[in-house]
Design a protein around this ligand. Structure first.
Ligand SMILES: Cc1cc2nc3c(=O)[nH]c(=O)nc-3n(C[C@H](O)[C@H](O)[C@H](O)COP(=O)(O)OP(=O)(O)OC[C@H]3O[C@@H](n4cnc5c(N)ncnc54)[C@H](O)[C@@H]3O)c2cc1C
Length: 529
């Protein structure tokens, strides 16, 4: 390991950028910065492994990590040949529209061959590969085992002029001067604390409490497994079942499966409890998928309290010389797998800003980064908006979050679009383009999609007339999971999908490969006499 003390250039020279953190955001930032600065110094407190293995500084790396289509495109632009190299190492290049099963309530989006390509690869292999490529760039140095413990702030103008670094296995502290400091230290960033300590006003922050817990198990996919080896399956949380599950195939026959509970609902890691939890999500598809598979680890958990977005672009003043990106700028529930792609888009934007000028970089960067955050933030906060709000306590329990009137209308429309997309591959494609950050979320409001949504509301469906009356919710909704907050029964009608009529018998199910089998009653009703 190199130590700060060994770095003879430390504290000398100013034509340099310091990046705090060698996670995905820090590495991608270094790649872009190397085009514009002669020296880019990346500091990370972890001992960075020589092999593609998990590491303590990125605990989320043990959980399901999907690289979205847009993220793969950006990474391929930054590192030409990345896709082929990783496929040679066993990663799967997948047709998103054909091989992603996103469940809307208990039915998957309609599947069809499409043009989006995502890479199914573990976080440890992806980050290791990117690190090798970045370390090989001229002018870039990655210094591991080195913790950043403070910022250096010019007391006169409040500009950030460097960092204070310290070797993890020693006591030394060293000031490292820099033209620009890039904070890519992730969810646990200390930058707001350090700014306050130096008397610099911190930016406004949005927080949406979720108290989410993830549990993850890794499995081996045997040859001939019914998912065909390459399917990603996602069961997002719904109002009736505020639990989520995701299964992502990875290199060399791996399958990583994560389940999540909200507002104190803690999923277990023991195999039986884990499978049972997965079965209580909006569809049992993931529980069926892993049944009989061989686990290859003991499982891991991850918890966080809130989705958090620092609004530097709204700050009255911002210290010159400080750029913040990745999870340090905005960290949200990873249920749609967008974090690495968002970081990649922010870094691309940083590169565009630098191509125009190095001057006033931070002030120009933040509003432009915010544009890339709007869609993923809306998606995640939108899905949270359908869950109880633990901060809005009514006498009989938490009330559902109240969205503004217009947001409620949009939310109802998006729910209708999602349900229609279980029959309509064009709408499924539109929705997946938003999830994969290829299109912004307002694209779903385009007239050509709205017309299909309206038509779907009128047209006969696979489930038949009875199914339509039932709102095509064929499986009874799960009871509120143990530990989860009940919905307020007195809450005004929100964007809740229709539920089964009371007393209607239901025999429908979704099988292990995502094929929906409507209830016998519904099929009989649908058969013309
Ligand atoms: C459970 C879970 C599942 C996820 N799944 C997905 C997914 O499927 N797809 C996806 O795109 N994203 C996913 N994410 C999000 C994704 O991990 C992050 O958005 C992405 O890695 C970008 O993070 P980052 O580089 O900003 O921070 P990190 O990856 O957390 O890296 C921060 C780095 O900074 C270092 N560091 C921290 N503090 C200091 C310091 N003081 N000094 C020096 N070094 C420091 C750490 O050691 C670490 O290397 C998931 C997140 C979680 C929690």
């Amino acid at each position: 390991m190199t130590t700060v003390a060994d770095d003879t250039r430390a504290a000398a020279g100013r034509d340099r950028v310091v990046v705090v953190g060698a996670g995905m955001a820090g590495l991608l930032a270094a790649r872009v910065l190397a085009d514009h600065y002669p020296t880019v110094l990346v500091l990370d407190r972890d001992e960075l492994p020589r092999e593609p293995v998990d590491r303590p500084g990125v605990p989320q790396g043990r959980h399901s990590h999907g690289l979205l289509a847009r993220g793969r495109d950006v990474l391929e632009t930054l590192f030409p040949g990345l896709t082929d190299d990783l496929v040679r190492r066993g990663a799967l290049l997948a047709d998103v529209q054909a091989t992603t099963r996103v469940y809307i309530d208990d039915r998957p989006l309609a599947a069809a061959a499409g043009d989006l390509r995502s890479l199914r690869v573990s976080r440890r292999l992806l980050e290791w590969y990117v690190r090798q490529r970045v370390a090989a760039l001229p002018g870039v140095e990655i210094l591991d085992g080195t913790s950043v413990v403070d910022l250096v702030v010019d007391p006169a103008g409040g500009a950030v002029t460097g960092v204070v670094a310290s070797p993890v296995d020693g006591d030394g502290r060293l000031e490292v001067g820099a033209d620009v400091v890039v904070d890519a230290s992730g969810r646990t960033t200390r930058v707001p604390v350090w700014l306050s300590r130096h008397g610099v006003t911190t930016p406004p922050e949005e927080r949406v409490r979720v108290d989410v817990s993830y549990a993850t198990r890794r499995f081996r996919r045997p040859p001939g497994h019914p998912d065909g080896g390459a399917r990603t399956v996602l069961c997002p949380p719904t109002p009736q079942t505020p639990r989520a599950a995701v299964a992502i195939p990875q290199e060399l026959g791996g399958l990583t499966v994560s389940v999540a509970g909200y507002h104190g609902d803690r999923p277990p890691t023991d195999l039986d409890g884990f499978a049972e939890f997965a079965r209580t999500c909006c569809s049992p598809a993931i529980a069926d998928l892993v049944a009989g598979l061989e686990p290859v680890d003991d499982g891991a958990t991850y918890r966080f309290a809130a989705n958090r977005r620092a609004r530097f672009e709204r700050a009255a003043a911002h210290p010159a010389g400080l750029v913040v990106l990745g999870d340090a700028l905005c960290a949200f529930d990873p249920v749609f797998g967008q974090g690495m792609t968002v970081a990649a888009l922010e870094c691309l934007e940083l590169g565009r800003c630098l191509s125009e000028s190095r001057d006033d970089l931070a002030r120009r960067f933040f509003p432009r980064a915010a544009v890339h955050l709007d869609t993923p933030w809306t998606l995640v906060v939108g899905s949270i908006g359908r869950q109880p709000d633990p901060d809005a306590v009514a006498p009989d329990g938490p009330r559902r979050r109240r969205l503004p009137e217009r947001r409620q209308a949009v939310d109802r429309y998006v729910r209708a679009l999602q349900r229609a997309a279980t029959d309509d591959a064009v709408l499924a494609d539109a929705f997946l383009r938003v999830v994969h950050l290829v299109e912004p979320s307002p694209s779903l409001l385009r007239p050509r999609y709205a017309a299909r949504v309206a038509k779907a509301r009128l047209a006969p469906t696979r489930a038949g007339p009875l199914g339509r009356v039932l709102g095509r919710r064929a499986r009874p909704t799960s009871p509120t999971p143990a530990g989860a907050e009940p919905l307020d029964p007195a809450a005004p009608p929100g964007p809740t999908p229709p539920t089964l009529l009371p007393g209607t018998p239901d025999t429908s199910h979704t099988d292990a490969v995502g094929q929906h089998h409507p209830s016998i009653t519904a099929r009989q009703e649908a058969t013309p006499s």
